[in-house]
Ligand binder design. Structure first.
Ligand code: ZN
Length: 453
């Protein structure tokens, strides 16, 4: 999630709370059909799927160097399942990947771009001090949460440009010790400034800076946290670094696998499984992909906040998104209400049971790649589908596998619904809701008795 703007947008738009329970009928109970089969989002994620999710989230793919995820993990996984005729598209300006189910692209076929972003917020070497301390840029991390964490620094070999070496085992530090911290920092009145962070490699002896430079470490080298996800203590939870947004790429890849195995829906809908770059610095990758591929519909899949689980924000009245209660669906900003209606209907009618959806509210900006259409100058119906996580942009982001699986099936249900209803690109041109046709809605006839006593 594109973080900095999100905070501003949330602050600027906290008006009335949007009621957000959505379609929860199938969540804890069974599917509406007379079956005892448990819905996929109610099951414990299999070890095989969890391992694939972990592999995607572990790929070292900082902003600008996303190929470890797109080419190292996603392309081989999807090449193994792709039917003949799917195309794997690459781009000059980034390591983005688009898997196109119908590169022939007949104009009357609805083209749906499902987009996760492969880039991770990165730290970067800013300056090497005379004693060998490697000062870093903390990008969109909360600086205090980085202290003490192990990282890997990736350094291009100046003697062999294009070849990278990895230095693991160092930690991020800033304060040195409580003994050197000011009283205000000790009490928590003051925090850790981003520009005080440095990589501690244990450099000692004379000419510290020269020793570091002799290794080939230089300004601009990226660093990533060493924190692969693990299953959590509470059922179906997991935590680690870079849920943002390996999870969106996992959702997109799992959807591709599911549709590859039952390709009927793809007879009338063209899918663009999209793994974009540069989201975290302003959604600069997906807008180019949208401009190139001209989708009719864009479904961004990205992490969202568990606002109910966030400490100290109750008075802000954020939408009541909660871990473990299903996928989230954005309304507001540039999202298409007709597309959202279609998605909610598809969620309710899904063959495997009603999919739990939590309605989110965005103000000016979705904070996600759903902006790709307008930013790329492409006419598309768009929305964001997400999963509430805790501690976003820290080393210990945590989420719920059920929410992630619900998001996968929410998009699948939407694609199947578009196929079953024969929806063409022109459908969205005529589907805009008419508020001038709204019917009157009265208040309740009777106020219920107070049974709280
Ligand atoms: Zn983010």
């Amino acid at each position: 999630m594109f973080g900095r703007s999100m905070q501003a947008v949330r602050a600027a738009t906290r008006t009335a709370t949007v009621a957000g329970a959505g379609l929860g009928a199938g969540w804890r109970g069974l599917a509406t059909g007379a079956t005892d089969k448990v819905a996929p989002w109610e099951e414990t994620m299999s070890d095989e799927d969890f391992a694939f999710m972990r592999e995607i989230l572990s790929a070292p793919s900082p902003v600008g160097l996303e190929a470890a995820m797109t080419e190292g993990v996603l392309a081989p996984a999807l090449e193994a399942v792709a039917p003949a005729g799917w195309a794997f598209k690459r781009y000059k300006g980034s390591a983005s990947l688009v898997v196109d189910t119908d590169p022939g692209n007949p104009d009357d076929k609805l083209t749906v771009m499902v987009v996760g972003h492969a880039d991770k917020i990165r730290m970067q070497v800013r300056s090497i001090a005379p004693d060998g301390k490697i000062y870093i840029n903390s990008d969109s991390f909360l600086p205090a949460t980085l202290l003490g964490n192990k990282v890997t620094l990736f350094s291009e070999d100046a003697a062999s440009p294009g070849a990278y070496r990895a230095v693991s085992g160092g930690t991020i530090e800033a304060l040195g010790a409580i003994h050197f911290a000011s009283a205000a920092v000790r009490s928590g009145e003051k925090g850790v400034s981003g520009d005080s962070l440095y990589l501690e490699l244990g450099v000692h002896g004379p000419k510290g800076k020269e020793q570091v430079e002799d290794m080939g470490i230089r300004v601009g080298d990226p660093l990533l946290l060493d924190r692969p996800i693990e299953r959590g203590v509470w059922p179906n939870t997991f935590s680690g670094a870079y849920l943002d947004n390996g999870l969106g790429c996992f959702v997109t890849a799992q959807l591709a696998k599911l549709l590859a195995a039952q390709p009927d829906a793809l007879d009338s809908v063209r899918l663009l499984f999209t793994f974009a770059a540069y989201e975290e610095i302003g959604r600069f990758g997906s807008r180019v992909l949208a401009a190139r591929e001209q989708p009719d519909v864009i479904l961004a899949t990205d992490v969202n906040h568990d606002f109910n689980g966030a400490p100290g924000v109750a008075d802000k009245r954020y939408p009541p998104l909660t871990m473990g209660k299903g996928a989230t669906l954005a309304s507001g900003s540039v999202t298409s209400e007709s597309l959202n209606s279609l998605i909610m209907a598809a969620a309710a009618d899904y063959a495997q049971g009603s999919i739990p959806v939590q309605r989110d509210m965005c103000g000016v900006d979705t904070g996600t790649d759903a902006m790709a259409g307008v930013l790329g100058g492409v006419d598309a119906a768009v929305t964001s589908i997400g999963f509430p996580i805790r501690s976003m942009h820290t080393v210990s982001e945590s989420g719920h596998t059920g929410d992630v699986v619900a998001a996968i099936h929410l998009i699948k249900a939407t694609v199947e619904s578009c196929a079953a209803r024969g929806i063409t690109p022109a459908y969205f041109e005529r589907a805009h809701p008419r508020l001038d046709n709204a019917t009157s809605l009265a208040g309740p006839a009777v106020v219920p008795a107070d049974d709280s006593a």
